[in-house]
Design a protein around this ligand. Structure first.
Ligand code: GCB
Ligand code: CA
Length: 897
């Protein structure tokens, strides 16, 4: 009796506690030893030395600080990670794998010092079977094994991307996992996919067909019988269908089965507004013991879509304009080694911006991105990194093809994903431009490569579209024959940024549309914005917030009007690292709608106002905490400046310090008010019309700079000389005003012209865009007055600190940067020959200053001096030329007493 009870208890327990022997997957990210040394390039050299290096955690990159520290240099080479891992000895009967989500750019994985895997490609996942390298210690509970990973981000002519406008961070920068399966398991060794491939060959409102392809590996030594149960759950987790198949698995191979499910009736359709996800659960059971052996859960979305040459994109039969951004995967100070949550919040923020489209450029990203897009309803395109140029080699071709295959298999089951792309601006820097025959062979190779990738893609996935994004050179891509190949042609267009006016956009795009009768996506457009720069006179390439808004507004309004433009992706969602680039901020591409730390710029709010359906209002003041500007009239104490209000409401009212400035119509998501700011704190409230409660508040601190300095500003004068842009140093809350010409009784410069690069680089309206050493405030130093004679302040008597800021802007040749969309120019910039001295009133402050000789080119030099000014005497800074022309980049004056 008691025995029977025991048996019953055991039976009941075993039913309740039915241990799921299915796949086990967990990260082993912590406590790896890491070292790098350019002389250690192979495993024997590594093993020969004792130093295993410092302890690091994954995600990790060794380049996180390289581009921040200007003296460090950028390390491209091998890095070595080692770790001892302990697993239960009982895993002897199972299959143990390592699963790498991303190692840049190539990896060699050694288990117990034996090479277990090499992988090329820094953006796709790979799996390493490790069981066969481990001697299980059955006498002990645990068995240990050693992992050595060589990661390598060297330049290699066969590893795409060869060059591109983003930083090639090296390292093990995504999760590393251990995966444990039974001998029979969904085949994760098939390009690190999960072994389940779901398609919906036909979907209507009435029914959705579902096909499921499974790949199951049988690592046992004989044929095995299993039961495969496939279940479909609806978005409310209700089981809507279950199918059971008895299958025979041949030993040692990947067994493939195609299952046709019953159509799902009246499916809830997936769309950006209704991102309803079904779920497909595939379970493998041992046919005799009925034990669950493996399980794979995948999302399923019912939607159908089409791209039309003239009418654009249709989802579930309805027209949908695709509008969104591109995205790179890095973040401030940590490079590409970002925690999951950064990815999660990024997609949340895209949704909050009103995006319904994302181009995952220029490479596949963390798995979480597509998961989030599925859940939030953001349609996506993803691509492999064949950027700017190619190598005509078999190995290069092979690496491109395997990257494409990995991308497709690994990301197959995402309803948000509708486009497989590859290549980006691949004829941007064509080799052999001066040799017609050789050039033709080169572009022929590109076209053949594209055709191979295209064929592979269509074979792997007949239900999605393919795309190649090109740059703004229709002729080049068309004559090469490249536009023939993909189903959609993407165009990256920067009219009004790198060159020309944005008003040339329509003619440019319409010419493309007429020439290439294929669905079209504007895969990139954008303008650099350094959030610290502002202006009253927006100009192309000035990096100001105001020009950024003006540029995007023009583009977006045009895009919205044209149906033949199926979709657009602003470049870029966020600022991103680009090691070789020099914009307003060193090694950062500033075209983000938000910063690299994800602080929104004005243009981000502009997009929200333009795209969001729910009521929205925002003042364009969020990143300009403090500003300095000249008073309107002498002694008025008021400085009037325009303030933009972004809203999707018809009218908005603006209230300044409790007083209404009236109501304005919102046009194109913007209303502009001229705001008479007072000195000190100003409180602004922007309000939507009466029918709805919607407002935004902002406190703006303004230094209304007096024309006459009788009352010297308490926090001093900070002047960006040789410039028409305000600069706000957000790190230390310092507001710089732009320069002005001296007038009697006031202050300003006497003589001198703003620096213009000798060969007039057509890209730069302000000074230079070379990086300035010794400062983070590059824009202040990138502009200067040349030939300045005096800077004069008609000040009251007192004790003053005067700080002069210099940088030599002439020195070396400007190099041509890889991402530069303009044609190659060989600009010769003469070497500076300049010496001058500086007197302040009667005092010789600087004797024979030779910036180039004493400090070198592009080096910020700050010289501070204290001066006592007597009653009735002005403060005059005299620049005395010895050789060449004197210069001044910025000036600060502070009254001590
Ligand atoms: C492009 C490239 C992208 C660059 C961008 C730019 O056309 O595709 O990689 O970052 O232009 O900012 O210049
Ligand atoms: Ca300046």
């Amino acid at each position: 009796m008691r025995r029977n009870l025991l048996i019953i208890i055991v039976l009941v327990l075993s039913i309740i506690y039915n241990p799921v022997n299915a796949q086990l997957k967990y990260t082993i990210n912590e406590s790896w030893h890491f070292t790098k040394d350019s002389t250690i390039v192979n495993i024997n050299q590594f093993l020969a030395q004792k130093n295993r290096g410092e302890l690091v955690n994954i995600p990790h990159t060794w380049n996180d600080k390289d581009v921040v520290d200007e003296n460090k240099g950028f390390y491209r080479g091998a890095g070595w990670y080692t770790k001892k891992v302990r697993i239960p000895s009982s895993y002897k009967n199972k299959q143990v794998f390592l699963f790498f989500e991303g190692v840049s750019t190539a990896a060699e994985v050694y288990i117990n010092k034996k090479l277990a895997k090499t992988h090329i490609g820094g953006f796709t996942r790979f799996v390493v079977p490790v069981s066969k390298f481990i001697a299980f210690d059955e006498g002990k509970e645990f068995t240990s094994f050693d992992i050595i990973v060589k990661a390598d981000n060297s330049y290699h002519e066969d590893w795409p991307a060869l060059q591109a406008d983003f930083t090639f961070f090296g390292g093990m920068y995504r999760d590393v996992n251990i995966v444990v399966t039974e001998a029979i398991h969904f085949n994760i060794e098939d390009y690190a996919a999960n072994g389940v491939f779901i398609t919906t060959p036909s979907v209507t409102e009435q029914k959705g067909e579902v096909h499921v392809k499974v790949k199951i590996k049988n690592d046992a030594s004989s044929t095995k019988k299993i039961k495969l149960i496939t279940k479909i759950y609806d978005p409310n987790q209700k089981l809507v269908q279950e199918k059971s198949n008895s299958l025979k698995l041949k030993s040692n191979i990947s067994n493939e089965f195609n299952l046709k499910m019953k159509p799902v009736l009246n499916p809830k359709l997936w769309s950006p507004d209704t991102p309803d996800l079904y779920k497909v659960v595939c379970e493998i059971f041992d046919e005799t013991s009925n034990k669950k052996i493996d399980e794979s859960v995948n999302s399923l979305g019912f939607r159908w879509f089409k791209f039309d040459v003239d009418k654009g994109f249709f989802l579930n039969g309805k027209h949908l304009k695709l509008i969104g951004t591109n995205r790179h995967q890095d973040f401030k100070d940590i490079g590409n080694a970002v925690p999951d949550h950064i990815h999660v919040e990024d997609v949340m923020r895209m949704k909050a911006m009103g995006s319904n489209f994302l181009r995952i450029a220029h490479y596949p990203q963390d798995p979480i991105i597509l998961e989030m897009c599925d859940k939030l309803g953001i349609i996506t395109s993803v691509e492999t990194p064949i950027v700017d140029t190619v190598t005509e080699s078999e190995a290069f071709t092979k690496n491109c093809l395997s990257a494409q295959l990995e991308m497709i298999r690994q990301n197959y089951n995402h309803p948000s994903l509708v486009i497989w792309a590859y290549m980006n601006e691949v004829i941007l820097h064509p080799k052999y431009k001066n040799d017609k025959v050789r050039y033709k062979a080169y572009t022929d190779y590109i076209v053949q490569l594209a055709q191979k990738i295209e064929n592979l893609t269509r074979k792997e996935d007949p239900y999605r579209y393919t795309m190649i994004p090109n740059h703004n050179s229709l002729e080049r891509y068309q004559s090469a024959g490249l536009t023939e190949i993909p189903m959609i042609v993407g165009w990256n267009i920067y009219n009004g940024w790198y060159g020309g006016s944005y008003e040339l956009l329509p003619s440019k795009i319409e010419a493309i549309y007429n020439a290439i009768k294929k669905p079209m996506i504007i895969t990139e457009y954008g303008a650099g914005v350094d959030p610290r720069l502002h202006t009253l006179t927006p100009t192309r390439f000035d990096f100001t917030q105001e020009y950024g808004v003006e540029y995007h507004k023009y583009y977006l309004e045009y895009f919205k009007k044209k149906d033949f433009i199926a979709g657009v992706n602003a470049w870029n969602y966020a600022d991103f690292s680009s090691e070789g680039r020099v914009d307003a901020v060193q090694s950062i591409n500033n075209k983000g709608l938000i910063g690299i730390d994800r602080t929104p710029k004005d243009v981000f709010y502009y997009y929200q106002a333009s795209l969001l359906k729910k009521p929205f209002i925002s003042l364009a003041t969020k990143t300009w905490g403090q500003r300095s500007n000249l008073e309107d009239k002498i002694d008025s104490g008021i400085s009037t400046m325009p303030v933009q209000v972004f809203s999707n409401q018809p009218e908005v009212e603006l209230i300044l310090n409790g007083k209404s400035l009236g109501t304005k119509k919102v046009e194109g998501a913007i209303a502009v008010f001229n705001v008479p700011f007072v000195n000190g704190s100003n409180q602004l409230i922007a309000k939507a019309s009466k029918d709805i409660y919607l407002e935004d508040f902002s406190e703006i601190r303004v230094n209304v700079l007096p024309i006459s300095l009788k009352n010297f500003p308490v926090n001093g004068l900070s002047i960006n000389v040789g410039d028409q842009r305000f600069f706000y140093d957000n790190k230390i809350d310092q507001a710089w005003m732009f320069d002005k010409v001296y007038t009697k009784g006031s202050w300003g410069h006497i003589e001198g012209e703003p620096y213009v690069r000798p060969n007039k680089n057509k890209q730069q309206p302000y000074g230079t865009k070379q990086t300035i050493k010794g400062t983070a405030n590059d824009p202040l130093y990138q502009t200067q007055l040349v030939g300045i004679k005096q800077y004069r302040f008609d000040v009251p008597a007192g004790v003053y600190d005067i700080k002069l800021h210099f940088a030599e802007l002439e020195g070396s040749k400007a190099k041509h940067l890889p991402y530069d969309l303009s044609e190659k120019t060989t600009e010769k910039i003469k070497t500076a020959n300049r010496t001058f001295s500086v007197d302040i009133n009667d005092h010789k402050i600087i004797n024979t200053l030779d910036l180039l000789g004493q400090y070198g080119e592009y080096q910020a030099v700050k010289i501070k001096s204290e001066i006592v000014v007597k009653e009735g005497e002005p403060l005059i800074i005299n620049f005395k030329k010895i050789v060449g022309e004197p210069v001044l980049n910025a000036i600060e004056v502070y009254k001590k007493l």
